[in-house]
Design a binder for this molecule. Structure first.
Ligand code: BTN
Length: 256
């Protein structure tokens, strides 16, 4: 834990042996007055991890599960931009995982999944917290040494674990300090130049150039993914030639 504060960015660190969800715990802490932030909550064991769209997140003792909570003044960006933190945090995870599994490629599936060798290795869940929704919680689940043979079949099929692709043993918590440092760096860069994430994201965009089907606003949109724009929206060329920006949604299918 000493190592985690090496960049001096974090103001508070909570290590919890067992918790239902680090995001839920962060949100309950945000309701109490004057919590020093950035606050990091790391769980040794998470029993009811939450995913996007009401899904659950599978973990075992090899899964790194943590939440980082920041207060609005620290971010100093308009709240409408907070959802972009999924891309910012995803890029930071991509940087670090990429170094561990090199030369295997690590990519991002818009908006919040990190992909390794055709499967999901990490997910990011952004939530607002606090009485005035003046905090943001960045929850990250990363399969570092997760034993996917014990996971439910649907997870086993779609997920990947770093340990199956690294040429050396990887310890669950060893890469956390590096991830925290990268998130801090990437947030600082994004605050001053949000459009820069579009370039970085494009380099590791899993969907770029592929045909995609996206569920958005109750409709399924189909076309070819062109990458993301400076605001983090997915750019898609529909079959009628029109280019549209999708701000929120779920990519349900994509071509190889
Ligand atoms: C997703 O892929 O839909 C997002 C998964 C996010 C999982 C992490 S694990 C740590 C944090 N606490 C939670 O309950 N969820 C996030």
């Amino acid at each position: 834990l000493q190592l985690l504060s090496r960049s001096g960015w974090l103001r508070s660190i909570r290590w919890v042996p067992e918790v239902d969800s680090t995001n839920r715990l962060a949100k309950s802490i945000a309701d109490q007055a004057d919590q020093p932030t950035p606050l990091l909550i790391v769980a040794k064991s998470q029993t009811q991890g939450r995913g996007r769209l009401g899904r659950s997140w599978f973990s075992d003792s090899g899964t790194l599960t943590f939440s980082l909570m920041l207060a609005a003044p620290q971010l100093a960006v308009d709240r409408t931009r907070w959802p972009q933190l999924a891309l910012v945090a995803g890029l930071a995870v991509c940087d670090v995982v990429g170094e561990v599994v090199e030369p295997v490629a690590v990519q991002l599936k818009w908006p919040n999944d990190v992909y390794l060798a055709g499967g999901k290795v990490a997910g990011v869940l952004i939530e607002t917290a606090g009485r005035d929704n003046d905090h943001v919680v960045i929850g990250i689940g990363l399969n570092v040494a997760t034993d996917l043979t014990k996971a439910p079949p649907e997870v086993r099929q779609r997920a990947r674990s770093i340990r199956d692709y690294a040429d050396h043993a990887v310890e669950t918590f060893a890469i956390l300090p590096e991830i925290i440092d990268r998130i801090a760096l990437r947030i600082a860069a994004w605050r001053t130049d949000s459009a820069a994430i579009a370039d970085d994201f494009s380099k590791v965009c899993l969907l770029r150039g592929r045909r995609v089907a996206i569920e958005t606003a109750g409709q399924t949109l189909q076309g070819v993914c062109l990458g993301i724009d400076g605001e983090g929206a997915l750019r898609v060329r529909r079959d009628d030639g029109e280019v549209v920006e999708v701000r929120s949604g779920e990519v349900v299918r994509w071509s190889d």
